[in-house]
Design a protein around this ligand. Structure first.
Ligand code: PLP
Length: 405
C-alpha cells in the first residue's frame, strides 16, 4: 500500500513546544520517572487554580450552554470584551468587531487563513510564540522574522522590521507582553511600529494574552489604542490572566479603519461561521472574569507567588557560569542565554533532550521559538519554589558537565 502522507501544507509547519522532546518526556514518565516540567505555560497543574467565582459561574450556566451560540459569541461575553477594550482605550469597537474563539489559538489560525495567499509575507518576531509562525506557514504565507534585540531588553529592532518589508508584506505580528522573553514594549516602540504599519499599509496583529501578568509596576499599552486608522486585530483571552487555559476562552477584536477591510472581514465571518461557534461553557466564563477582581493581580504583586518564583528562578539561573538572562517584566517565562564559548551547542533540541535524559528536567530549546541561534532556552517558572530550586540545581549540574566535555 502507498504510504499515507501528511499534506504539503504542513511541510513548513513546526510547533516544537509540544514536539519530539515532549514525547520523550511522556515516555520516560510512563516508565515511572518523575520529571520537573519547566516547558509549558499551563497554570492549573501547578496550583494556580482558576478563580472560584469563574468556576461556579460556569457550572451554574452549564444547563444554558448546550446549544450552539452566535458564531461570533454570546452577547454577554462580547459586551464584557467591548467594555474591556474601552478600559484599554481602544476606540470604536462595536459588538460586531468581536469574535470569541476556542482560545486565542483558534483565532490566530483563523485570522491568517482569512488573509493570506501563497507567497504573502507576514513579519513575525524572533523569538516568537511559535504558533504565529506555524499559522502563517499553514495558511500558505511566508513568515519573515524580525529580530527582538536582547541587548535592548528584547525590544523589536525597528531597523530590522523596515529592512524586511517587501511588496508582498501584508502584516506585522506583535507579541506584547512577549512569550518567550517576558518583555513589555514602551509606547515609543509601539508608536514607531504603528507608523511603519501605516506607511506600508500593513495590518497589525497584536497578541496581548499576558496583558495582566505584569511585574514591577510595569504598565501595558494596547497598540490598538495608539491609532484610529491602522487596521489592528487584538487577541486576548482567559487562559493566562484568569488561569483558565483549559476553558478555551479567547477573543479577537478588530479596530482601526475597517472600510478598506470589508472583504477581509467577510472572510473572518465566513471562517467563524464554518466552525459554528466557540465552546459555549467557556464563553460564559468571560463576563464573570472580566467583571470581577479575580485576575492575576495578587499573584504578580510584591510577595505574590508568581512574582516570588520569577525572582527566585532569575536569581538562580543567572548564578550559573555563562548563563545570562534579561529579567522578565511580564508573563510566566524567561529566555536565558548560554554563552556559546562556554557551551558550544550545535543542536539545541539535542541539548534539551540530553538534559532531560540526564537530569529529568524538561525545557524548550530556543530555536523552537524561531530564534536563529542554538544558544537559548525557555524556562517556565510556574512550579513551586522547591521544585524550581531542584530543577535549576540540576540544570547547573548538567551545564557544569557540559563545559568539561
Ligand atoms: N499567544 C501566546 C503568546 C501564548 O503564549 C499562548 C499560549 O501559551 C497563546 C497565544 C494561546 O493561548 P490560548 O490558550 O488562548 O489559545
Amino acid at each position: 500500500m502507498e504510504p499515507i502522507r501528511k499534506s504539503d501544507k504542513l511541510a513548513n509547519v513546526c510547533y516544537d513546544i509540544r514536539g519530539p522532546v515532549l514525547q520523550k518526556a511522556k515516555q520516560m514518565e510512563d516508565e515511572g520517572h518523575k520529571i520537573i516540567k519547566l516547558n509549558i505555560g499551563n497554570l492549573a497543574p501547578f496550583g494556580f487554580d482558576a478563580p472560584e467565582e469563574i468556576q461556579l459561574d460556569m457550572i451554574r450556566n452549564l444547563p444554558n450552554a448546550a446549544g450552539y451560540s452566535d458564531s461570533k459569541g454570546i452577547f454577554s461575553a462580547r459586551k464584557a470584551i467591548m467594555h474591556y477594550t474601552q478600559q484599554k482605550h481602544i476606540k470604536g469597537v462595536t459588538l460586531e468587531d468581536i469574535y470569541v474563539g476556542n482560545g486565542v489559538s483558534e483565532l490566530i489560525v483563523m485570522a491568517m487563513n482569512a488573509l493570506l495567499n501563497t507567497g504573502d509575507e507576514v513579519l513575525v518576531p524572533a523569538p516568537d510564540y511559535p504558533l504565529w509562525t506555524a499559522a502563517v506557514s499553514l495558511s500558505g504565507g511566508t513568515p519573515r522574522h524580525y529580530i527582538c534585540d536582547e541587548a535592548n531588553d528584547w525590544q523589536p529592532d525597528l531597523d530590522d522590521i523596515r529592512a524586511k518589508i517587501t511588496p508582498r508584506t501584508r502584516a506585522i505580528v506583535i507579541i506584547n507582553p512577549n512569550n518567550p522573553t517576558g518583555a513589555v514594549y514602551p509606547d515609543e516602540t509601539l508608536k514607531a511600529i504603528v507608523a511603519i504599519a501605516r506607511e506600508h499599509g500593513l495590518i497589525i496583529y497584536a497578541d496581548e494574552v499576558y496583558d495582566k501578568v505584569l511585574y514591577d509596576g510595569v504598565k501595558h499599552t494596547s497598540i490598538a489604542s495608539l491609532s484610529e486608522d491602522v487596521l489592528t486585530l487584538t487577541f486576548n483571552g482567559l487562559s493566562k490572566n484568569y488561569r483558565s487555559c483549559g476553558y478555551r476562552a479567547g477573543w479577537v477584536v478588530v479596530s482601526g479603519d475597517k472600510r478598506p477591510a470589508a472583504d477581509y472581514i467577510e472572510g473572518l465571518n465566513m471562517l467563524a461561521s464554518m466552525r459554528l461557534c466557540a465552546n459555549v461553557p467557556g464563553q460564559f466564563a468571560i463576563q464573570t472574569a472580566l467583571g470581577g477582581y479575580q485576575s492575576i493581580d495578587d499573584l504578580v504583586a510584591p510577595g505574590g507567588r508568581m512574582r516570588r518564583q520569577r525572582d527566585l528562578a532569575h536569581e538562580l539561573i543567572t548564578a550559573i557560569p555563562g548563563v545570562t538572562c534579561v529579567k522578565p517584566k511580564a508573563t510566566l517565562y524567561m529566555f536565558p542565554r548560554l554563552d556559546p564559548q562556554m557551551y558550544p551547542i550545535e543542536d539545541d533540541q539535542q541539548f534539551i533532550a540530553e538534559l532531560l535524559e540526564a537530569e529529568r528536567v524538561l525545557l524548550v530549546q530556543g530555536t523552537g521559538f524561531n530564534w536563529p541561534h542554538p544558544d537559548h532556552f525557555r524556562l517556565v517558572f510556574l512550579p513551586h519554589e522547591d521544585d524550581l530550586r531542584d530543577a535549576i540545581a540540576r540544570i547547573a549540574r548538567f551545564l557544569a558537565g557540559y563545559r568539561k566535555r
